[in-house]
Unconditional design. Structure first.
Length: 597
């Protein structure tokens, strides 16, 4: 009887009209809403659609974001701002939506005037730099704010509008990343008015959002804007996170829209006035191989910026060198990946049978795109056969061997880069870092089915790319959970780990979760198996990780800096096989001696 009365009372509270609440920020007065959180019945305050920069329209297209224009009257913050122009990469493939006017963020706080300022968590959404937004379609606040933190979610420009680079002062690149920096600066300036602590900000993100987080921790533009960082299923050393020949890609984009010219100014003026919708879902290939490869989806991403006057550069230089030397000192880091990341590759990289047929027929199928640009064909064939033999023992059965394909994709795109990244960080001893492998299985794990893999999976439970999000965010389309059910217990546990990290820099500061998650070190390689049970361990996927590390090193991938190595040497030798590099040095030595004679 008591539970019935509780449910009736809760329904009455939830059906009551939301109450308006006002907060002043640097640009004017905002009016948000006081809402009831059914998970515990506590109230929280919602402010949506807050502009953190001017609409990037007209001459501001492709430019770094400019400060927002102040307003005089009360501005309603009860509706989300426009999503940025995009197409859906994962579920409704190719569906376009959004607007060029889209630089908005959302703030959810459990208290506006707390006795002590609250920790702040700023979420950077994923979506391959081509899709996603900060609204509650996926990223609702109810699970996290009940633990006493403020949640901020943001939009940032995507694809061409966010990542075009012509290597010019007008279009240096990385506009979407600079949007993120502008949002972080807004948080630093205004979050105290919502009850937040600007000196205790954690940035976190998944997939392209994880990549974004891992770039923010090395960017000079964002230094001092956050204290902690969580990169989920995506890091900057992954090959898809770095733009290849961005200037040529800009010319290819112009040609695809009808302009053939060698003049970069003409390209800029042309692209600046194109209808924004024509700059969505563009496959601007710059090599024949890229044009023919079915699994190149991220054409526009972060670029190595050139210096123009006093312009702020978001990122520049060699990636291995940057992660080895430029991670913001003292920033605590958490990173990890899900158990079945590669199912996303199976879903978006074409038909399974076709992919397996290519894998069986052409060893080069297994050579990552950047290595295919640098390795001789003989080396590519040898590398491809080595990887194929590891995952399939050179016996590929169609369609039964899709699991081998999934394992390969997962390690190539997400898992190995994540471990590589945390090892680079651990070598510096400047940052406390934590590693996890997400293995929770429950009815919340729906990502693989939503990607169209239900037929091959059947009743099998998996932990696909983005399945971790359901344990952190209350999606608009998610049913309300009974807080006594097992899935909600998993939600509560994951949220507590993330919030503990945001509050204390330690996801398990006490014994309340029954496990001690130790920081990662090169010696012990501690990690947390974050599953239906929490299990501390060492060296996740050790044998497979070692295979990738040894193989990539053998074929010239420069994974780590030597103690006395500078960035120039690192950049130039990054993809030269070591035996060939040694031979080249010896040849140059003898050539020098010959000249002297």
């Amino acid at each position: 009887m008591t539970s019935v009365i509780h449910i009736v009372s809760l329904l009455a509270v939830l059906s009551a009209p939301a109450l308006a609440v006002q907060v002043r920020v640097s640009d004017g007065l905002l009016e948000g809403e006081r809402l009831i959180n059914e998970y515990g019945g506590a109230e929280y305050f919602s402010f949506r659609g807050i502009p953190y920069a001017q609409p990037p329209l007209g001459d501001l297209r492709f430019k770094a974001p400019q400060p927002p224009t102040p307003w005089n009257n009360v501005r309603s913050a009860k509706e989300f701002g426009n999503n940025c122009l995009q197409y859906d990469l994962f579920i409704d493939k190719g569906k376009r939506s959004g607007d060029e006017d889209c630089l908005y963020l959302n703030v959810y706080t459990p208290e506006i005037t707390p006795s002590e300022p609250l920790p702040v968590m700023v979420w950077i959404h994923g979506g391959g730099f081509v899709s996603g937004s900060g609204d509650d379609n996926v990223y609702g606040p109810k699970f996290l704010v009940r633990h006493g933190v403020i949640l901020v979610t943001i939009n940032y420009r995507l694809e061409v509008l966010g990542f075009l680079s012509l290597d010019t002062e007008e279009v240096p690149g990385n506009a979407g990343m600079k949007d993120q920096v502008a949002a972080l600066r807004w948080v630093n300036k205004n979050i105290a008015n919502f009850g937040g602590d600007p000196n205790n900000v954690t940035i976190f993100g998944e997939s392209a959002g994880g990549v974004s987080v891992s770039y923010q921790v090395i960017s000079p533009m964002s230094k001092g804007l956050f204290k902690r960082a969580i990169a989920q299923s995506g890091v900057s050393v992954g090959y898809w996170a770095q733009s290849y020949r961005p200037r040529e890609r800009g010319f290819a984009l112009a040609r695809s829209l009808g302009l053939h010219t060698d003049n970069v100014t003409e390209v800029y003026e042309f692209l600046k006035v194109q209808p924004a919708e024509s700059l969505v879902q563009i496959k601007a290939a710059v090599t024949y191989s890229e044009h023919e490869r079915p699994n190149v989806e991220v054409y526009f991403s972060v670029t190595d910026e050139k210096q123009f006057g006093n312009n702020e550069r978001f990122f520049y230089g060699d990636m291995v060198n940057a992660v080895s030397k430029n991670v913001h000192e003292g920033v605590d880091i958490m990173t990890g990946y899900t158990a079945d990341e590669g199912l996303m590759g199976v879903a978006i990289f074409g038909q399974i049978n076709s992919s397996l047929e290519q894998a069986r027929s052409f060893p080069q199928f297994f050579v990552s795109y950047p290595m295919s640009l640098n390795l001789p064909v003989d080396d590519q064939l040898e590398l491809g056969m080595k990887i194929r033999d590891y995952y399939f023992k050179n016996q590929i059965s169609i369609p039964d061997d899709w699991e081998g394909l999934s394992r390969y994709y997962g390690m190539d795109i997400f898992s190995f880069p994540t471990v590589w990244w945390i090892r680079l960080i651990a070598r510096t001893n400047k940052n406390k870092a934590y590693l996890y492998k997400f293995t929770v299985k429950s009815e919340l794990n729906k990502a693989a089915h939503m990607m169209g893999l239900a037929d091959i999976l059947g009743d099998r439970q998996v932990v696909a790319h983005s399945d971790d999000l359901s344990y952190l965010f209350s999606s608009r389309h998610m049913p309300t959970f009974d807080m006594t059910t097992t899935p909600f217990l998993y939600i509560d546990r994951v949220c507590r780990l993330w919030v503990n990290f945001a509050k204390y820099g330690d996801p398990t500061p006490d014994a309340s979760l029954g496990v001690e998650w130790k920081p990662y070190s090169l010696e012990k390689q501690d990690y947390l198996d974050l599953g239906n049970q929490l299990v501390a361990g060492n060296e996740p996927d050790a044998e497979e990780i070692k295979f990738w590390e040894d193989t990539l090193t053998e074929f010239g991938q420069k994974l780590y800096l030597d103690d006395d190595e500078d960035s120039v040497n690192s950049s130039r030798s990054a993809l030269i096989p070591q035996d060939k590099l040694s031979a080249l040095i010896l040849l140059l030595f003898f050539f020098g001696q010959l000249i002297r004679l």
